[in-house]
Design a protein around this ligand. Sequence first.
Ligand code: XMP
Length: 625
Amino acid sequence: MASRRLAPRRGAGDCAGFSTLPSCSRKCVPERRQTGRSAPPWYHRGLNPTPQIVVLDAGGQYCHLIARKVRDLGVYAEVRPSETPAGELESARGILISGGPNSVYDAGSPTVDPAIFACGAPVFGICYGQQLMAHLLGGEVRKGDQGEYGLATLDLDPASDPLFAGLDGRQQVWMSHRDAVAALPEGFSAPGRTATCPIAAMAAPGRRLYAVQFHPEVVHTERGREYLANFVFRVCGCRKDWDARGRLPLLEREIRDAAGTRNVFFFVSGGVDSSVAFALCARALGESRVRGVYVDTGLMREGETEFIRGLAGVSVETASEQFLTALQGVTDPERKRQIIGEEFVRVQERIFSERRLAGDEWILGQGTIYPDTIESGGTANAAVIKTHHNRVAGIRKLIEAGRIVEPLKSFYKDEVREAGRELGLPSELLDRHPFPGPGLAIRCLCSEIDAPVRATGDGYIVPVKSVGVQGDSRSYAPVLAIDTPDHGRATALINRLSGVNRVIAGVETRLPVSRMRVRACSLTAERLARLRRADAAVRRLSHASGFDRSVWQFPVILIPLGTTAEFPDSVVLRPVASVDGMTAQSVPIGAELLQEMRAELLRQEGIAGVFLDLTHKPPGTIEWE
Ligand code: XMP
């Protein structure tokens, strides 16, 4: 059977030993998309019903998550650019406005056609969507004294209107904002508040206009699904018309339409996304029309290439020297991703030409999923949180030329796993932790500067920079090291300190943190080997204890924070719980396992200290770069 082509032939028992295929099958880094009115190509309707709910994309990274959560309720939803004229939304039974990274007062910030507020369809604004609704209808939005990122407690008054029906009382919600509504538009009431946000919900039920400052679409808002269900069914009166199960035949039809008579060539990584996409294409087109190559970039985890060699239908191309040479001396994370994406394209071109795949009879298959496109600024307004290596210029050219098929581009990880199960792929493969396409390169932090840590009243500022996502936009900021693994304190500190987007706690260091320093360094084979050893040890212990099954992902990060020349780097442990990778919570590690990891890591060459990352997403991303 086609899907068995990716079933591991040997070594399949240890899923901790797998890593995800480099998803060359994931997209490369984009040039920033233009904000515009027309839908980008991957918004095409395909074989879907007319959407009852339209989500207007104001640039928030959770925009597509809103649409997906509505689909989970059994109602088909689609995303449109925020400026879509009201006249084009007439068939929608309800409109949602997403969050976004801007302030409503920024020049050129996303807006909506004000006519939507009087077109008869109910409107529900979320986060920036609430601020925009207030601003356009005569209310006032102000910059908050402090940001509110992560969990907050909402108090909701008893209300008789349908959006808030049955939801009154105290509840946990998820916030990610600094601006907030300070004065209501005329005719609105404010039924909900948190300690730092007096207008956390607003409503004009007579006009069927509603908004909340928190994010009902993320799992950490405990009753979020009920808010969306109330909107979709009670307010808008939608009927169920969607079931994601059974989508495979439609996806296969889309693949056949995209490929025509051409064959599909995949760069596989061993991970869930590219494996499922590969198997899907093989089922749609027949095995003989789908080929796969795994590129050994030298940036993969221990044991990965050996694992791939055991996969049927996939050959291995060794290119580690090419990647390491191109990355030599580079410290900037965005540049690293660009280079990795560009080198992938070079390898691809070489393989295409060596194997005579350059002709019109071949197109490229990719396992790109929703978060890749969203966080790469893939929708009209979406902020570039960071660019994914499979959306680089070369790949974008192939997209424009219609020479790419990405059957999973509107799927989230859990939906990809479901599709994989429907295809009959083995669970050892489907349940692997995600591993980023750029591999260990983005887990091995580099530094341009040589500098000591700096003591503050709150802890120590470690002058490495890591990527975060605050208020829906990208941040790139230093890290704060504290003494105790207190997650609550870490969240409070990040909300208060605007110059920091991540908090780590020391597990053990060879010298006090106050005497450690960051040194200038880039990616070297030596540092990659150090990280590979550390990662392998942590995975081994995590797998043996069963801990790996309790987390969604467990990146191990190497940072250039050392004591002496003999011990130049430290390791940061980053176990997270998540459902879809869009939001995540840092997970504590039990004392015994943590001690085992600490002891093992400090026995290794070059490691000066071990830290635990206490940061949720937002404000930190799961990966550090
Ligand atoms: P972040 O770090 O954005 O990660 O919170 C969300 C999920 O995406 C994975 N990730 C990537 N995967 N290429 C990939 O193939 C990339 O460039 C990339 N960056 C992040 C990350 O491991 C997590 O699962």
